[in-house]
Design a protein around this ligand. Structure first.
Ligand code: EPU
Length: 433
């Protein structure tokens, strides 16, 4: 299993280019199931979750071409026929976003069989709200042998009020509602930019959706969707991760090809910690030449501070003068990185959903274990400022969501390399995020 070896101490200098958003690309790929015509998606990130989705769609009978580099990070998906509208446990267990195919499959094929994802490294993460919403749209749902089965003649429009805000739940039902008979009104929807990006694709495919990106979305169902071409938005979490990396290492980094409008909460929080930024239309320059100050942070649904940046922000606060209280409001178990940061010299106490970080303690290199995607990113950030050589195990988590992270970091001055097995073998835990 690959590991990353990072020698800390170098400020990040220069320009880094941000890839397409994994969490926008995944639902957009699932949306291609809604039509028998080709859907072309550009700016697809070269990460493991995309490859898993390719396998998932191909297993159902879709033709999926996926090319990087000269092929411009593009995928063409044609779900002309879907012989097996199923998502197997083998695929869902490695990527819970596989449940995004549930809505499109039942809407297009009138039936779907999708493995229940189970818990993961950051919380229990049920999909009850996806199921409840599909029932409101008229699907008959049964659960047996670890699978959810949904059947319907045709979905029909309905009013759906989400009990709590769910990103993939909103996306799943949005896709389902496009082919339902009549109007669907969804309330208390997720307002994440990834939802709006999906709606832009669906509208380009002939759907009739209004209000995506706000908490009320209206969908007038149509009988058929057609092919379309769509460019995926930049990854706001990757951008945020590099912004924090620059601030933490005292660097001067231009984070290019991002959408600063999606980064408002992150940038505001960094200003509170004393980081200087220059924001342009599609880039953020970060100047980390001032000492960092503690600042409390609560994760919230968009447009609040994203839970997907909590671990990286915690790495930053370990180096900020004073005490920062970090409250995780979205997932009940998303502090696994804290103990690894403590092993590197951080002073962090966990009290339920709060982490109390007494900043300013020097970090020293250690062998650490990545537990999920964003936890891995936080360990990379800590390693960039630690004294000595940190070895991060289970890097496969990182590969699920960050494109070429070590090449990108190396190009802006980090000392980082990937190596094969240098630890004794340990059993991998199947985790998802
Ligand atoms: N929830 C329920 N029932 C449901 C669905 C969600 O109780 O049916 C709960 C969850 O357990 C959680 C909260 O609602 O406590 C919010 O979960 P949400 O459904 O919004 O999360 P998700 O859609 O499964 C997406 C991202 C995550 C990101 C969260 C929150 C994708 C593919 N995944 O997950 O991304 O953390 O929204 O913003 O879009 C990551 O990229 O590292 C990642 C974990």
């Amino acid at each position: 299993m690959d590991k990353l070896v990072i020698r800390g101490g170098n400020p990040l200098l220069g320009t880094v280019r941000i890839s397409g958003a994994k969490n926008a690309a995944l639902p957009c790929m699932a949306a291609a199931l809604l039509t028998d015509e080709p859907v072309i998606l550009e700016n697809i990130p070269q990460v493991r979750d995309i490859e898993t989705t390719r396998k998932l769609l191909a297993a159902m009978g879709a033709e999926v071409e996926l090319g990087y580099g000269r092929a411009q990070h593009r995928t063409t998906i044609c779900a002309r026929t879907l012989a097996a509208p199923e998502a197997s446990y083998e695929l869902v267990k490695t990527m819970r976003a596989s449940t995004l195919v549930l809505g499109p499959l039942v809407a297009r094929c009138g039936r779907a069989r999708v493995s229940l994802p189970g818990g993961c490294a950051i919380g229990a993460r049920p999909i009850d709200l996806h199921i409840k919403g599909l029932e409101r749209l008229g699907a008959k749902i049964t659960q047996e042998h670890g699978y959810v089965e949904a059947v319907t003649d045709r979905l029909r429009g309905a009013e759906i009020v989400f009990d709590r805000i769910t990103v993939t739940g909103t996306e799943d039902l949005l896709m389902a509602a496009t082919l339902a008979d009549g109007e669907t009104i969804m309330q208390n929807c997720a307002r994440e930019p990834e939802v709006a990006d999906l709606a832009a694709l669906l509208n380009a495919m002939g759907a009739n959706i209004e209000g995506a990106g706000t908490s009320t979305i209206r969908v007038k169902g149509v009988t058929k969707l057609h092919g379309a071409r769509h460019r995926i938005i930049p990854d706001r979490v990757e951008a945020g991760t590099f912004i924090v990396a620059a601030a933490l290492t005292g660097g001067d980094l231009n984070v290019a090809g991002c959408d600063p409008a999606h980064l408002t909460a992150i940038l505001q929080k960094l200003v509170e910690t004393g980081v200087k930024t220059v924001v342009k239309t599609d880039s953020v320059r970060v100047m980390g030449d001032q000492p960092l100050q503690a600042a409390d942070m609560d994760t919230e649904e968009y447009p609040g501070f994203p839970t997907d940046m909590q671990a990286q922000y915690m790495a930053l606060t370990t180096q900020a003068a004073g005490t920062s209280i970090i409250t995780e409001n979205i997932f009940e178990n998303r502090f696994m990185h804290a103990q690894e940061l403590v092993r590197m010299g951080a002073n962090i106490k966990i009290e339920g959903r709060r982490a109390i970080v007494c900043g300013g303690t020097p970090l020293s290199a250690a062998a650490v274990l990545a537990s999920d995607l964003r936890a891995s990113a936080s360990l990379v950030l800590a390693a960039l400022v630690a004294d000595g050589e940190t070895i991060i195990d289970r890097v496969y988590h990182l590969d699920r969501g960050y494109e070429n992270i070590e090449e990108k970091l190396k190009a802006v001055g980090a000392e980082i390399r990937r190596v094969g097995n240098i630890f004794p073998k340990r059993a991998p835990t199947p985790t998802q995020s």
